[in-house]
Design a protein around this ligand. Structure first.
Ligand code: GLC
Length: 472
């Protein structure tokens, strides 16, 4: 075990295979896709395509009292679980598999064999809840364009295109409500299968007919799907968009028409937060700021570097190196490292959205389950030092981080070998005790330095040692 290793040290590079591209000959992909498209066209052509798209929302966005409350609830959540699951899981080569020069029509055949016999939403939700999570974020539709719910907008979905025929999102949503976890929905703006999506810098080799690109049609399709998600599945805590970056190299900036879409979401569910994993500072209309593979203020993966906004923050991280199930990737961080990752994230004032990539048979990988169990045990004791808290204003220190609530400050000693120098005046500290032992911790002063001396109290076999300060 190494106290100094954090999840940001070694697990931040996206899988190199993601970017590999084989050259394919143009295929007859469009037959099926065009059929799907025609099926949806009638619905989408209806005048109600997107009420939101007709009415421009007020700029700048002013969050309603419901949203302000939901933002605070989100801020206080500490830990969420990200679930990357779709037909890509069957290939066992992560969720970008289709981008590797694979023909979308061939890929789509996997759907007819998708039968996750061991899927049990109640087990999943219980596992996540027991881990100490307050919410989950489920991939309803990833870049491959396959929908994990019974959408009426496309037959390429879990109910109509698989022998499983069960609405997975419905089962997850029902369980979340039963067990009291909030449900967030990941939704990809990119679609590597539909010909109407104007492709950007990814998914170019899937055999789509580029003459069928039709942004207004695709935009209306997305809005209709979002309407379903926000009207048929109970309360949704957040819509988590991804894929904006597909067009970040366009010569003429691509207009995703985000604001009307965001306004529609806020109108359909007034407490639903909007987040977008665009790796930029938040855009107008967004409620949370997302960081991918890095904690706020860090940029080891090359996706961050954007300024930290006053919005609630969330960092999404993987346990191994992959989001979607990847057979060859058993390179998991230890549970202790994940706990330290959670602590450091809280120390930056952010939530940790920790990823799990379920197997094609519907089971969560054993490696993930055991880690979630260890995190859960730790949270049974320490959750209140993580949430609801805010970050100490002095940020990360050589010894660790601090979180605060009311007149309490929790010092998380992540590197017990470092001297615990506190950037606060000794006079402001009423008392200091070991969080678990409740034994007083000595405080000394060396010039202007306030130094804590927990001595024997520190148990180096633990991932984190917590000292509770009561401030005057
Ligand atoms: C990236 C990837 C995507 C993954 C997401 C999670 O945007 O494209 O596959 O779902 O990160 O943060």
């Amino acid at each position: 075990m190494n106290h100094k290793t954090s999840p940001t040290d070694s697990h931040l590079l996206s899988t190199a295979d993601d970017e590999s591209v084989l050259v394919l000959s143009t295929s007859s992909i469009m037959k099926n896709i065009t059929t799907l498209r025609n099926l949806t066209i009638g619905l989408l052509a209806a005048a109600s395509i997107s009420a939101a798209a007709d009415t421009l929302p007020p700029t700048p966005y002013t969050p309603t009292p419901e949203i302000i409350k939901a933002r605070q609830q989100f801020r206080d959540s500490g830990l969420g679980i990200f679930i990357h699951w779709g037909i890509y899981s069957m290939f066992g080569q992560n969720e970008w598999y289709l981008n590797r020069g694979i023909n979308a029509e061939e890929y789509a055949k996997a759907a007819s064999g998708f039968y996750p016999a061991n899927f049990d939403a109640s087990q999943w939700v219980k596992t996540f809840k027991d881990a100490g999570a307050e919410y989950i974020c489920f991939t309803t539709r990833h870049h491959d364009g396959f929908s994990m719910w019974d959408t009426k907008q496309s037959d390429y979905n879990i109910v109509k295109a698989t022998p499983f025929k069960r609405d997975i999102l419905r089962e997850i949503a029902d369980e979340c409500q039963k067990q009291g976890l909030r449900l967030h929905l990941y939704y990809s703006h990119i679609d590597w299968t539909r010909p109407d999506y104007p492709s950007g810098r990814t998914g170019k080799e899937t055999g789509r007919d580029s003459t069928l690109v039709d942004w207004p049609h695709y935009y209306a399709f997305m809005n209709e799907q979002l309407k379903e998600l926000l009207t048929d599945y109970g309360p949704i805590g957040a819509i988590w968009f991804d894929g904006w970056w597909d067009h970040d190299e366009d010569k003429t900036p691509f207009d995703w028409q985000l604001q009307p879409q965001y306004a529609m979401i806020h109108e359909l569910q007034p407490s639903c937060l909007v987040g977008n994993n665009h790796h930029q500072s938040p855009f107008d209309g967004e409620d949370i700021q997302i960081f991918e593979r890095d904690l706020p203020g860090e940029n080891t993966a090359g996706l961050s570097g954007q300024e930290i906004s006053p919005l609630p923050l969330e960092t999404c991280l993987t346990m191994n190196r992959s989001w979607g199930y990847t057979v060859k990737d058993r390179d998991y961080l230890s549970a202790d490292d994940l706990i330290r990752g959670l602590v450091r994230t809280a120390g930056k004032g952010a939530n940790l959205l920790l990823n799990v990539g379920p197997q094609p048979n519907g089971e969560l990988p054993h490696d993930a389950i055991v880690r979630l169990q260890t995190i859960g045990k730790w949270m049974d004791t320490y959750a209140l030092t993580i949430r609801p808290t805010s970050a100490a204003d002095f940020g990360e220190q050589p010894w660790g981080v601090a979180t605060c609530r009311d007149n309490k400050m929790y010092l998380h000693i992540l590197d017990p070998e470092k001297k615990i120098i506190l950037p606060i005046d000794k006079k402001k500290i009423k008392s200091a005790v070991g969080y678990l032992s409740r034994k007083p911790v000595k405080i000394s002063k060396n010039g202007s330095e306030t130094i804590l001396l927990p001595g024997e109290e520190i148990d180096p076999s633990q991932p984190d040692y917590v000292i509770e300060l009561t401030l005057k």
